[in-house]
Design a protein around this ligand. Sequence first.
Ligand SMILES: C[S@@+](CC[C@H](N)C(=O)[O-])C[C@H]1O[C@@H](n2cnc3c(N)ncnc32)[C@H](O)[C@@H]1O
Length: 335
Amino acid sequence: MKNNPLPRLDTDDNVRNKLLPYCRLKPGEIWADPISGHKVGCLDAINSSEIEQLMSGEYAQLAVHDPPYNLIAFQERTIAEFISWCKKWVENSWLWLDENSALYIWLGADQKDNFQPLPDFMIMMRGFGFKPRSFIAMRNQRGYGTQKNWMAVRQELLYYVKGSPHFEVQYTDIPKILRGYYKTVNGQTTENLERSKSDNIRASNVWVDIQQVFYRMEENVSGCYAQKPLKSIERIINASSKQGDLVIDFFAHSGTTLLASEIKKRRCFTIDIDPVYCEISIRRLELFRQKGRLGWQNGHPFEKELPSQNNGHQLTPQNEQKQENHNQPIQAKLL
Ligand SMILES: C[S@@+](CC[C@H](N)C(=O)[O-])C[C@H]1O[C@@H](n2cnc3c(N)ncnc32)[C@H](O)[C@@H]1O
């Protein structure tokens, strides 16, 4: 198996600096996609005039945000500072979301530090006109923890609405196997499988059927440390938007929302404050269009410019272990 990944870019400034000259966007600039009408901006989520420029008078039907939120991202910030930072990008979302729209936010709860920032964030959200609709937990396959605690495998996802947006029930790939739930409606008694609209189980507010991204998966984008599974974003897009709708994501990183929007025929306006992640997002979209691929698995987006990151070693069981930690979500502080 090919073994030419980028190191985690948040921990390797040397490689990050080598990539910067190849990034087509500088801070403040916006790339407009000539094919599907997407936009990628190297912008700051809390800068309201930059967001106004990005939106250029359009309103989105769906926002999917995945902000950085723990010590890795904000070593110097207190929880109060973090929440007031969040308030600013939520305000920007409120301004540019349609009167009937959905807002999804990935957030974590640090069990070693009063579950922050999740409860503080939820309380802050009460100050907005958004209505809470669901509190989803997505199950990671690999967790972290010790023998003295429950293994931590949750990824929290908050679902809010503005007005009364479209929502379409989603089904998992898991077949229904349990029978025997009888119900009488208008004098007719039926068993649950007879009443079902699908042979598969409906997606609920606990998602156990989505594989966490790791280096062996085609969709893996090496260098990124917090990539969400494409399937999770596709599920959100399918449930809470229609074809042709506009989706926004203020924290692009590996460009998952951009790619999912392309696949599902929505338009996406996405930004990242870092030119390297903007470039990765655009290249991921271009790779999909050229080769139908979802990521670089164990290669990387800058292979033409930086051909070898590891002197051409093949992936062996010995160095596989090193790769295991790649793409641990930013939430997961490994013990
Ligand atoms: C947790 S990652 C998002 C992961 C993304 N959902 C994915 O699947 O790849 C957060 C991203 O937010 C970016 N970011 C941090 N502060 C930002 C800001 N003020 N404005 C825009 N982007 C920011 C970081 O550079 C990072 O790439």
